[in-house]
Write a new protein. Structure first.
Length: 137
């Protein structure tokens, strides 16, 4: 006979974690997917320094394609994190700026970046140990 603990089933809702199929969990996953995207984080940090034109952002984010920058900025605008301001001129001037909501995201993004910098060596060492162990027959 199994011990009582071995028969215990953890039900996500009972420990404060929403059921993975619930609307709340899907909404949180969708938002985390958006803000956890590589380019989103870099764009938010770049715009944290102030409004920027599209070409400035592209130049500062070496390696991002024009299409990816356009798609990411549109998503950030749709999510309410960025505003897009068009100034009529020839050619038209388009500036992007963080909204209050976007600026509020700078704190957690900055903390995550600081955590990554603090633990970069530990993670690199763990990867080396893992790779070495995995390479053994």
């Amino acid at each position: 006979m199994k011990a009582a603990q071995e028969r215990t089933v953890m039900i996500p809702g009972h420990i404060g974690v929403p059921d993975p199929g619930s609307p709340n969990c899907r909404a949180v996953a969708e938002i985390l997917s958006r803000i956890g995207d590589k380019w989103t984080v870099l764009i938010v940090v770049t715009l944290g320094e102030g409004p920027r034109r599209f070409s400035e952002i592209k130049r500062l984010l070496n390696g991002i394609s024009q299409r990816m920058l356009t798609l990411t900025l549109r998503s950030l605008e749709r999510d309410g994190l960025v505003t897009r301001t068009v100034t009529p001129s020839i050619p038209p001037r388009v500036d992007y700026e963080l909204t209050d909501l976007g600026r509020d995201l700078l704190g957690p993004v900055g903390e995550l970046g600081a955590w990554a910098r603090r633990h970069e060596g530990c993670i690199a060492a763990a990867r080396q140990r893992y790779d070495a162990a995995a390479a053994k027959p």
